[in-house]
Design a protein around this ligand. Structure first.
Ligand SMILES: C[S@@+](CC[C@H](N)C(=O)[O-])C[C@H]1O[C@@H](n2cnc3c(N)ncnc32)[C@H](O)[C@@H]1O
Length: 212
């Protein structure tokens, strides 16, 4: 079986993007925390994203590998991603599609410059042929996705996860998976009472946090 994550093009692009994220994401989060401390309240998600600017806010290498395995082992052929940023998670998902014989990844991003960079990064990784990018607010751009969708990766504003899922519900295949983004899995998963991050659809409007 091919292992696209080890191809020189993918290794090189991922290394560049992860290094960039290692440098940018910490300061971006600190900037938001400092602003919240100054005003004494939590910012709305929309305001947070304005402050994040062009920071990638990317998943880590470890989360990327988990995401790759999830997509590969589920046999997903058609994947929808909400919030691709510069395309780190998109590369892991597309690599899984490549290694399982092909498919389509529909990826949304509303930041104009980020989606241009993401397209370039996916092309540089040799995975551009698997992606259909949709620029703009996912609530608009993901409203006409054709069935069947096997896997949804939710990585945009987290207050929009449910509205985006609702938008896609009619197009999901039976037993489709929805995975929310985890930036730091070890911290989150070690907290008691925190739901497991994978959700399964057992019919329209019925999301269950424990997959069979
Ligand atoms: C956490 S980052 C995604 C990181 C990316 N999945 C990765 O791992 O490389 C979230 C992204 O969602 C985008 N976003 C936020 N709200 C959105 C919306 N309503 N529609 C489309 N994209 C959105 C932001 O611009 C941001 O780039």
């Amino acid at each position: 079986m091919p292992f696209t994550l080890r191809s020189p093009a993918v290794v090189s692009v991922l290394e560049r993007l992860h290094t960039h994220a290692d440098e940018q994401d910490g300061p971006a989060s600190q900037g938001v925390r400092a602003r919240e401390a100054a005003i004494g309240e939590r910012l709305a998600q929309e305001q947070r994203y304005e402050l994040y600017g062009e920071a990638p806010l990317a998943i880590t290498r470890e989360v990327g590998q988990i995401l790759y395995l999830l997509a590969l082992s589920s046999g997903a052929r058609r994947i929808v991603e909400f919030g691709c940023s510069l395309g780190v998670s998109t590369i892991y998902l597309a690599a899984a599609l490549r290694d399982s014989g092909g498919g389509t990844l529909i990826s949304s991003e509303r930041h104009e410059r980020k989606i241009v960079l993401a397209e370039r990064n996916l092309a540089d990784a040799g995975l551009g042929d698997l992606i259909e990018f949709r620029a703009g607010d996912a609530l608009n751009t993901l409203s006409d996705i054709a069935a069947p969708v096997d896997l949804v990766f939710l990585a945009g504003r987290n207050d929009l996860y449910l509205p985006v899922l609702r938008l896609l519900e009619g197009s999901l295949s039976p037993g489709a998976l929805a995975q929310r983004s985890l930036l730091r899995p070890s911290r989150r998963l070690s907290k008691p009472g925190v739901q497991e991050p994978v959700f399964c659809s057992h019919g329209a409007a019925n999301w269950n946090p424990s997959c069979p």
